[in-house]
Design a protein around this ligand. Sequence first.
Ligand code: 5GP
Length: 196
Amino acid sequence: MKTGKTFIISGPSGVGKSTVLRELLRDRDDLYFSISATTRTPREGEIDGVHYHFINVDQFREMIQEDEFLEYAEYVGNFYGTPKRYVDEAMAQGKDVILDIEVQGALQVIGKRPDTVRIFIAPPSWDALEQRLTGRGTDSPEKIQKRLVRAKVELQTADTYDYFVINDTVENAVREINAIMLAEHCRPSERMEILQ
Ligand code: 5GP
């Protein structure tokens, strides 16, 4: 059986990635969303094991030591990491995998697995991002400021990605990501086996 492909989705905090990914995943059972481990405290409405595996710093360190992460990074004072095992299991089942990770983690994955496809999601404007982060009301003003500083840096790395999607509407962003995934599966390297 064919193995699945891994797609990294990066983009600044507040760009609306979660909403886009939720829509993307809704209609596709051949797509696996990798649930990260994090030391961040849950936001209101976030469920352990659904949005993240919420763990403490000691547990996170233990996972690093046991080599359980495909990648991990620090982001605005907290750790985030992708558990390797579930990603590999999903791919072995022929599923495509989505990693919602920031740019440092994306670089680590590319180092280990160069055939991973990287998609950057950007806001339609800087103002729109600022408004979203402020209006969300989930972070302190200090945290929001830190996330905005980080967002500026992340936007500068966007041209190293394979694809650039602008989240002007969720519908457009989902349509473009689906198109990218479909196109990636039409590459000769994915299909030549039928001639063998
Ligand atoms: P948030 O705290 O807003 O949920 O996430 C903050 C940032 O961490 C986002 O850019 C998100 O993509 C990223 N992130 C979430 N999970 C992971 C992970 O497993 N690894 C890395 N490197 N970044 C992650």
